[in-house]
Design a protein around this ligand. Structure first.
Ligand code: EPU
Length: 417
């Protein structure tokens, strides 16, 4: 079992570059199931989750070649299978997002139910209700969900909650549906805009991008294209916190300023100042004067749940009592116990975490319980006194490419053993 070992207390400096967004690349890769022909995708991060999606696409008959560090050629000569197996879906829940593209292309799909997850129950009922509204007959049997339609027909669909995955799946199912599909109360995350822009580049007719209603006029045919994935705003946010907690000499490059809205606003309230120069961001913060704040995770443009764990490390260094309310996932506090073992003072009260600071982190042996929890432990390790050993780092590798190597280059004393 690999581990990450961090010796805390080093000064960071230089520039760290943000990679392409995992949560954009995954649905965009899945969307290549929709139309036959050759695609080229650039700025795709080299991650375990991406490799899982590629494996899944290969089981459907797609030919995929890595043609550069972050570029892939994908050839769809016809989808040969419609079944997404349990082994791959259980490895990565986002695999479920192949259902919409398969339905769009072949009007049928069979995908294993994703099952449990460390951060919450994460049902898929909104996805299925959306497919049913487009005319699909849905059958759940033996751990699989099958959907089939003689014809997909546009409809009005209102999501009960702006779910990222449901928005993506229903959108992809709808691009070739007959007539108009209106999906309201959709997720507005930048990754949704990226998927819409990709589909429109393929010839789809989607409007309302960036608003809470997407209007899709069904088209007969989509055509493959080349596309550049947007930078990963969660990776950017993680590095921004790394910079703040180590004195601000680390610059972060490849950031889209307005993708960070809700996150930046909260950090400004704490007393952090930001300077954007082109796609680079510099932070200025006096760690001793950081103010405590209250945060509630919200769908975009609110404060992202994917930065909740990492922000807890920052709030532990701020003065006074902070609070984070987690409203998106019911069980996304597994990192709290691990951070407390490193010296944090965080108490849980239902879906709220009460954080008292400032504390001094001490190195300890800990375990990453999910991707973002793992990132939080690395951040705590960077400022901790002594050595932090992080286990279960396969979670971290799902979403941060070469994290150890990249942090090493900017001054962190870190290694993978
Ligand atoms: N939900 C339902 N029914 C559904 C779908 C969702 O009740 O049919 C609930 C979920 O249980 C959850 C809430 O709605 O409580 C939001 O879930 P959402 O569907 O928006 O999440 P997701 O699509 O499964 C994506 C990201 C997550 C990110 C969330 C929220 C991908 C591959 N994953 O998940 O990313 O936390 O949106 O922004 O895009 C991560 O990268 O670490 C990660 C977990």
């Amino acid at each position: 079992m690999s581990k990450i070992i961090v010796q805390g207390g080093k000064q960071l400096s230089g520039v760290i570059e943000v990679n392409g967004a995992k949560n954009s690349a995954l649905p965009i890769l899945a969307a290549t199931l929709i139309a036959e022909g050759e695609y080229k995708l650039d700025n795709v991060p080299d991650l375990k989750d991406i490799r899982t999606m590629i494996k899944l696409l290969q089981t459907f008959g797609l030919e995929i070649e890595k043609i550069g560090e972050h570029s892939y050629k994908i050839i769809n000569t016809g989808v040969s299978d419609i079944e997404a197996p349990y082994e791959l879906v259980k490895e990565m829940r986002a695999s479920f997002v192949v259902m919409g593209p398969l339905l769009s292309n072949l009007k049928k799909a069979k995908v294993s139910l994703p099952g449990g997850c460390a951060i919450g129950t994460r049902p898929i009922d909104f996805h299925l209700a959306g497919f049913a509204k487009l005319g699909c007959k849905i059958v759940l049997d033996q751990g699989f969900v099958s959907a089939e339609a003689s014809e997909l027909v546009g409809n009005k669909i209102k999501l009960p909650f702006p779910s990222v995955g449901a928005t993506e799946n229903i959108l992809m199912a709808g691009v070739k549906a007959k007539g108009e599909t209106r999906i309201s109360n959709v997720a507005r995350e930048p990754e949704i805009d990226d998927l819409c822009n990709f589909l429109n580049k393929m010839g789809a007719q989607i409007s309302g991008i960036g608003t809470d209603e997407l209007i899709i006029t069904g088209v007969e045919k989509l055509t493959p294209c080349q596309y550049n994935i947007i930078p990963d705003r969660i990776e950017a946010g993680t590095f921004i916190i790394a910079s703040i907690i180590t004195g601000g000499s680390l610059e972060i490059a490849g950031v889209v300023e307005n993708h960070l809205g809700g996150f930046i606003k909260k950090l400004e309230k704490m007393g952090v100042e930001f300077e954007f120069v082109g796609d680079k961001i510099k932070v200025k913060a006096n760690l001793e004067k950081l103010k405590s704040i209250k945060i509630s995770t919200e769908p975009y443009p609110g404060f992202p749940t994917d930065l909740q764990a990492q922000t807890m490390v920052l709030l532990s260094l701020a003065n006074g009592n902070s609070e984070i309310k987690e409203t998106i996932f019911e069980n996304r506090f597994m990192h709290v116990l691990e951070l407390d073992r490193m010296g944090a003072n965080i108490k849980l009260d239902g879906n709220k975490a009460k954080i008292t600071g400032p504390v001094k982190f001490n190195g300890a042996e800990v375990s990453a319980t999910d991707l973002r929890a793992g990132a939080a432990l690395v951040l705590a390790g960077i400022v901790a006194k002594g050595e932090t050993i992080i286990n279960e780092i396969h979670h971290i590798e799902r979403g941060y490419e070469n994290l150890v190597e990249r942090l090493l280059l900017v001054g962190v004393d870190i290694k993978k053993v």
